[in-house]
Ligand binder design. Structure first.
Ligand SMILES: Nc1ncnc2c1ncn2[C@@H]1O[C@H](COP(=O)(O)OP(=O)(O)OP(=O)(O)O)[C@@H](O)[C@H]1O
Ligand SMILES: [Mg+2]
Length: 343
């Protein structure tokens, strides 16, 4: 995503307060055309609230939302929301469907409500059902569908009118690995069709696999937003995982190796018994990565594999940002209590 990327949704100083809870706190976020933006954060962080604000299901306490239409960013207001939101498909929280309806009936209804051309609805519904491999279920009652199938129908209900943007709140939660993968593939397929996808999730692996950028929210505050690569560079933490042909290799030459690469590492070498790999924590600098690998090879370590695992990386970045935000939040609360006492 280069600097020329076009902003398709912009959130400016967006704030939503529910009595004493500030669910979204002065959020500034740009969503670029054609990207998958992963939206991460602990339970109660403000993800669903942000999405509901974009969907106009809630009104912001403060701040503004802009959506691109006809080439320009336009402020979302109560007057133009129907027209601007036609550009966006929403799946927010668990979809509940009428159990005695079929996907054909449900999706036809959604397409009509969204003003999709009537003469094209039948073909559109069949096309998208086919896309998720559920053609033989098109006239079956939704009550008989598994969770994964219902979730797919939920996503289809968001995209039946062919919007350019999709806002999906945890579309993969509660699904088995196969269903998760199918949804991941579907999201990538939609991105390849040119859609922009704003996707919340707790599944770090899924996000690491498909998101172009990641936004992390905690206590309603955006604590990070960038590509994984840039976040990694900023966090200055990374690790090379090395798998050796013979574990004893490193045991025999361990002290020598340790001495040679110690200055390149941020923490001591660890051995992960479960995955049988050595973990070499360093600051992510490619020069250092090269030096470390060079030393291992020069010392005749029989490396059969090495990786910098994206999912592990996202997890450590995520935890780092969240714990920092928890600390700041607690300090802020302490100060607020003190101020209250003084007053
Ligand atoms: N209608 C409401 N009335 C009062 N408080 C609310 C309301 N909706 C959300 N909140 C509060 O706002 C905060 C953010 O909630 P939100 O549902 O946006 O979090 P989330 O990031 O989607 O969490 P999760 O990962 O559990 O879905 C929480 O403290 C929640 O209790
Ligand atoms: Mg939520």
């Amino acid at each position: 995503m280069g600097p020329k990327a076009e902003v398709i949704i912009e959130l400016k100083n967006l704030t939503k307060k529910f009595k004493i809870v500030t669910a979204v706190n002065n959020l500034n976020l740009e969503i670029y055309k054609g990207e998958i933006l992963g939206f991460l954060g602990p339970n109660g962080a403000g993800k669903t609230t942000t999405m509901k604000l974009i969907a106009s299901l809630l009104h912001p306490t403060e701040g503004e939302i802009f959506v691109r239409e006809n080439g320009k960013l336009q402020k979302l207001t109560s007057h133009n929301k129907d027209y601007l939101l036609d550009n966006i498909g929403f799946l927010i929280e668990n979809p509940e469907f009428y159990k005695d309806r079929t996907p054909r009936q449900l999706l036809t209804l959604f397409a009509k409500l969204k003003g999709y051309p009537r003469d094209k609805i039948e073909d559109r519904v069949e096309e998208i059902i086919h896309m998720v491999g559920l053609s033989q279920w098109i006239d079956q009652k939704l009550g008989t569908f598994s969770k994964g199938m219902r979730q797919k129908i939920g996503i289809l209900s968001a995209l039946v009118h062919d919007p350019v943007i999709l806002v999906l709140d945890e579309p993969q939660t509660g699904l088995d690995p196969k269903a998760r993968r199918e949804i991941r593939d579907l999201l990538l397929q939609l991105k390849n069709q040119g859609k922009t996808i704003f996707l919340s999730s707790h599944l770090l692996y899924e996000i690491a696999e498909i998101a172009d950028r990641v936004a992390i929210i905690s206590h309603g505050i955006l604590v990070a937003c960038d590509t994984l690569e840039n976040l990694e560079a900023q966090a200055k933490s990374s690790q090379i995982q090395v798998e050796l042909l013979n574990i004893n290799d490193i045991k025999n030459t361990g002290i020598k190796i340790d001495k040679l690469i110690r200055s390149f590492l941020t923490d001591p070498i660890r051995y992960n018994k479960d995955s049988k790999v050595f973990e070499l924590p360093f600051d992510g600098d490619p020069e250092k990565q090269y030096e470390i690998l060079q030393i291992l090879v020069e010392n005749k370590m029989k490396i059969i594999d090495f990786t910098v695992s994206k999912a592990d990386l996202l997890e450590s970045l995520y935890l780092q940002h969240i714990s920092q935000s928890d600390k700041t939040y607690k300090e802020f609360q302490k100060k607020a209590i003190k101020v209250e006492k003084i007053i």
